[in-house]
Design a protein around this ligand. Structure first.
Ligand code: ZN
Length: 310
């Protein structure tokens, strides 16, 4: 089966704001504490976080090989205006992503990303798509902007010009980022005002999934990925299956994409296990929920092949 991870990340310490790592460490302390594993912030930073650092993408390629993932879509993240600029500016991160795409042309698709409120945002996106050869645009409203703001529309116009998909984070997000900007309802304007664009809503919008699913049924230029659902799939498999089934029923199997959102979730579920879990859904879904082999083939890679022109 041809498998595409339609939404993942690689990260290095200097690519993210210090505040991001500080807050993420607290979340790990809390989550591991709940699991009966006592750990402190310094231990998380020195023992857990270094496992995530992958500045040349080689860890991701190893993880893909182990999981049987043929192609991954990787996106930089620009939280600088929200949390303080990281050591490596976003322009430079986009260049690094382009280099990794060049190094693994058959395995990696890289997107350009920038906070649209940056004065040079339009230039960065144009440079990314035109000169660096990046193949899509990733936007993260949780930094503090709504998808239907005029600064975003300027970037969407560039994406339209280059005929590339646009991936928006949707759904509730960890501290210290703001969830309210990530309600999928704000994509409604985007879908109407840019009917030629393929818009990918990430994470099935988590707690706003029902709102998203009904938008999927009514707006045909919207596609969806279910990256980031590993924790729910592990702790409540039935809820995951019900959500995915509803997603497919509303969107149609041709607009649903598999994704991992790694590396932060790999500790909870390695990519290999998530791939296996989804591949096995036709055989192992809970009673009363059905998935066909054809649906799974579409979701795991067939749709991505079409959308990303692989
Ligand atoms: Zn993501």
């Amino acid at each position: 089966m041809f498998v595409v991870d339609a939404h993942t990340h690689i990260v290095d310490e200097g690519w993210m704001p210090k505040k991001w790592w500080d807050e993420l460490a607290k979340i790990y302390v809390h989550a591991l504490g709940e699991m009966g594993i006592p750990i402190n912030v310094d231990q998380v930073k020195s023992q857990i976080f270094p496992n995530f650092y992958d500045p040349d993408g080689s860890k991701l390629i190893r993880e893909m090989d182990a999981a049987g993932i043929d192609v991954s879509v990787i996106c930089p993240l620009d939280y600088g205006l929200a949390l303080g600029d990281p050591k490596t500016p976003i322009e430079e991160q986009n260049q690094i992503f382009a280099e990794i795409q060049k190094k693994y042309p058959k395995r990696i698709i890289a997107f350009v990303s920038v906070d649209p409120r940056r004065p040079d945002a339009e230039k960065i996106v144009r440079n990314g798509l035109e000169d660096l050869g990046l193949k899509g645009l990733k936007l993260h409203p949780a930094s503090g902007f709504y998808p239907n703001e005029s600064c975003v529309y300027k970037l969407l116009s560039v994406a339209r010009e280059f005929n590339v998909p646009v991936l928006f984070h949707t759904g509730q997000i960890v501290q210290p980022l703001r969830s309210k900007f990530c309600n999928p309802i704000y994509l409604d304007d985007v879908l109407i005002d840019f009917p030629e664009l393929t818009v990918q809503a990430a994470h099935m919008s988590f707690g706003w999934r029902h709102e998203l699913f009904h938008m999927g049924a009514t707006k045909i230029n919207l596609v969806v990925d279910f990256s980031g659902w590993q924790l729910i799939a592990r702790s409540n498999f039935k809820t995951f299956c019900e959500a995915l089934r509803e997603c497919i029923d509303e969107f149609g199997a041709s607009r649903v994409l598999f994704g991992t959102d790694g590396p932060y979730l790999r500790a909870a579920m390695p990519d290999k296990d998530f791939v296996e879990m989804v591949k096995n859904l036709p055989k192992k879904a809970p009673e009363g929920i059905k998935f066909t082999e054809k649906e799974i083939e579409q979701i795991m890679g067939g749709n991505a092949k079409r959308i990303y022109k692989l």
